[in-house]
Design a protein around this ligand. Structure first.
Ligand code: C2E
Ligand code: CA
Ligand code: CA
Length: 569
């Protein structure tokens, strides 16, 4: 059956839908929070605890955090955890993970002691009512209910059976995954989607069960182990399987089409059989296949892992930097061309990992995917506010800060920002929120937030205009009073009468017609500056004037530029 999970206040219910005539079991989880004393619970609020049903489904046992998540996400977002397996009816081991979310008030040793104590409590309160203990349960323990294929958890035991282990000395792991399955699931509904998975499963089984050990992975993925097969013939085999799978599936009189992607990895020694490692590497290859549009097979190569590892390393180191409040902020001056005065600065985050600077172009996108961007943004904003309070020079110019849409989309973003600025006596019109154009899905929500900010008197700048998919028509209903034209648009634009120059000029004029201020970014050369000076009030930010500077150098730069006028002719 399907496990339907419902969350109630303070309680996790897992109800099991029972198929006709089939044997069943019921798992009953009692709510420990209610059973334990309040005071003790406060103490335990320093942990977030999750119960794993499958590797991809982890339930929070805290009522204020009723989300379903997966293990790798959890492990990525916490530094320390303790874990324990709960065995239910000798069938499945459920993992319980307690993550430490607050270190401040507790000593590390007591954390561990108390956690173990608490986990013991928890085990006591897990009651398992077994309605049947027949072979069906044994079978179910090993086999996926929908497809009848082996479960991933049963794969290892199967592999160790001599028959497989003796087949040659090399093996390959392949993961097959349906492309865009989630979208299909949403539009087809679960019944048809399930049938579709069965049909895919049947074709995979049909064409490979003689030569491979097949297991069902999470929702729409299949894991295949091939033994003693050359990479060349494996490639042929999987490619033709992928072709076969893309042929029409007839389900309930519907003709359905889908495509499947594959990630593969081959090993020369049997002792590299390690499901975790094999799947991890095959998954990296699968990611590549998906990235390339799907419907194809990709073989794992070491460089992919290097890239993957670099990402993981950056993420972990960044987590430390965040914890130690180690991010810094540099400022790049913005010049108004006509008077050649500094009218503002842009705050840019800087991170020194060990002894070298890591470019924000590298870690910001990673932080966006891990969610760390919200914390990065908060630290940057706090540093900028400190600097504004400390340096009067920053108080009579606009200070621009970059915000990720992940920050802006939060419900209380505008109110928090406004009250923070108010609390610190920062004049709204001297503060600019910089944001890059948002993706189509979140456009409406972001626009609403930005309007709130503009209405309150803050400046809103659309960053990197011209890079990516921005369009001129988009400008007309843009809730922003400043447009920052991306460096991409200025390449070649210093040359008189080129297409590039005409483009740039047109954009600036459109912005002016719409009453938007314009900052041209990334200007490095004097010729372009001369050309741009025909536009009244135009502002320039770029290496021609200055690179981003640490605050001391910026203050010195501002002082100097007051005395020594940098004349352009
Ligand atoms: P951005 O907001 O477009 O910032 C301008 C980038 O262009 C900066 O790179 C700056 O150093 C660089 N730049 C400025 N003038 C020139 C020039 O004349 N020539 C060239 N080639 N480059 C120039 P940086 O500091 O490496 O930042 C990269 C991006 O990272 C930023 O692009 C921004 O999108 C993001 N970023 C930086 N700080 C933050 C932050 O605090 N929060 C968020 N969410 N994103 C940030
Ligand atoms: Ca920016
Ligand atoms: Ca920019």
């Amino acid at each position: 059956g399907k496990i339907v999970q419902t969350f109630r206040k303070q309680r996790l219910l897992a109800s099991v839908e029972i198929a006709n005539n089939s044997k069943y079991y019921i798992l009953n989880l009692l709510d420990i929070n209610l059973l334990l004393e309040k005071g003790y619970l406060n103490y335990l609020s320093q942990y977030d605890t999750y119960l794993g049903l499958t590797p991809s489904i982890y339930f929070s046992l805290d009522d204020n955090n009723a989300n379903k998540t997966n293990l790798s996400e959890l492990i990525n977002s916490y530094n320390h955890f303790i874990t324990q397996k709960i065995n239910v009816m000798d069938l499945v081991d459920h993992d319980v993970y307690s993550f430490i979310n607050d270190y401040e008030s507790i000593h590390i040793d007591t954390i561990i002691d108390q956690s173990i104590l608490w986990l013991t409590f928890m085990f006591i309160f897990i009651f398992v009512q077994v309605a049947d203990s027949s072979r069906i349960i044994q079978f179910r323990a090993k086999h996926d209910e929908l497809t009848g294929l082996l479960k991933l958890t049963a794969l290892e035991a199967e592999f160790l059976k001599a028959s497989y282990a003796k087949r040659g000395n090399n093996f390959s792991t392949v993961i097959l995954k349906v492309d865009f399955f989630e979208e299909m699931y949403i539009s087809l509904g679960y019944k048809i989607s399930d049938e579709l998975i069965k049909s895919v499963s049947a074709r995979i089984y049909e064409s490979t069960h003689n030569i491979a050990l097949i297991a069902k992975g999470a929702s729409d993925s299949f894991v295949l182990y091939f033994f003693d097969i050359s990479p060349e013939s494996l490639k042929q085999k999987i490619k033709s399987l992928i072709m076969e799978l893309s042929e029409v599936h007839l389900i309930d009189n519907n003709e359905l089409n889908l495509t499947v992607s594959g990630g593969a990895v081959t090993y020369k020694q049997l002792d590299l059989f390690n499901i975790r490692l094999n799947l991890q590497q095959a998954n990296i290859a699968l990611g590549k296949a998906k990235e390339l549009g799907g419907n194809q097979l990709y073989f794992y190569q070491q460089f992919m892992e290097d890239k993957h590892n670099e990402t993981v390393t950056i993420r972990n180191n960044l987590q430390n930097a965040l914890k130690n409040n180690a991010l810094e902020v540099f400022y790049q001056p913005v010049h108004r061309l006509n008077e050649n005065t500094i009218t503002g600065v842009e705050a840019l985050v800087r991170w020194s990992n060990g002894n070298e600077w890591v470019s924000p172009a590298k870690f910001i996108p990673i932080a966006e995917t891990t969610g760390q961007i919200v914390q990065v943004g908060e630290q940057v904003l706090n540093k900028v506010i400190e600097d504004i309070k400390k340096y009067p020079q920053l108080q009579n110019m606009t200070v621009a800060v970059n915000f990720s849409t992940k920050q802006i989309i939060k419900d209380d973003f505008a109110s928090n920002l406004l009250s923070l600025l108010t609390k610190n006596n920062i004049i709204f019109e001297n503060f600019t929120v910089e944001v890059t154009e948002s993706s189509f899905q979140e456009k409406k929500a972001i626009e609403k937030k930005l309007i709130e900010l503009v209405d309150s008197g803050l400046n809103v700048a659309i960053d990197d205009f011209g890079a990516g998919y921005s369009s001129l028509s988009y400008l007309t209903h843009q809730p922003a009073n400043i447009i920052k034209i991306d460096r991409e648009f200025t390449i070649g634009a210093h040359l008189v009468n080129t297409k590039e120059q005409k483009m740039l000029d047109t954009i600036i004029r459109v912005c002016y017609d719409l009453d938007k201020k314009v900052i041209v970014e990334g200007v490095e050369d004097e010729e372009l500056i001369k050309h741009l000076s025909q536009f009244e009030g135009i502002k320039i930010q770029g290496y021609f004037f200055s690179k981003p500077l640490p605050i001391d150098s910026l203050i010195a730069y501002i002082k100097n530029s007051k005395n020594e006028h940098r004349l352009l002719r």
